[in-house]
Ligand binder design. Sequence first.
Ligand SMILES: [Zn+2]
Ligand SMILES: [Zn+2]
Length: 208
Amino acid sequence: MLGFPVGIFVANGLEWYFHKAWLHEYPSKYRNSPFFTHIAHHKRARLNHFNDEGYAESMFKNAEIYNEKTALIGLAGAATIFLPVAPFFTAGLYYGIWNYWKVHAKSHLDPEYAQKRIPWRYDHHMTSNQNANWCVTRPWFDYIMGTRITAEASETETNPLGMKLPIWLEKPVNSAARRLLKKSYSKIEQNSKKDQSDLKKGIEEELA
Ligand SMILES: [Zn+2]
Ligand SMILES: [Zn+2]
């Protein structure tokens, strides 16, 4: 049973890694790669206040959607090797992959939902530095790796789990996270401050 939350946690790490390495770093070096459609997605979202109507289209009409869906189906297929030995873990991975699709697609059709429910994702697209905030469904690995940049454009989450928690629980969660992830938190604070001042000066980090 414990395998299920572990699978969700690993899926969050995969979100962070694939998004950073394969959807940003790789196409910025190889502009002819199929992953370059993600850079196009960024440009579209940026110009349309986070909206990307492509998410309402069929995957057979829209290359970005086709690439994203086939990559996710491929990942789910690869995850199946764990099924005979760790069924709950595999179920956690499947859930994480499905949830990624659901949350990402919904957010680009409903920017208000994104601002409130997944502010880290809204910031990924809308703040001065689009090479940060790699997580989609929850911001866990952005806190672990120190790659969260908070911005005023969205309603910043009040804890690193990115979940609504009662105050009695949120306080100890926040102080434990700050204690455990001291370096990451100072990086987050520094980068968020820099982002605020860059935004005011109209400086934007090069995307690709
Ligand atoms: Zn991106
Ligand atoms: Zn997006």
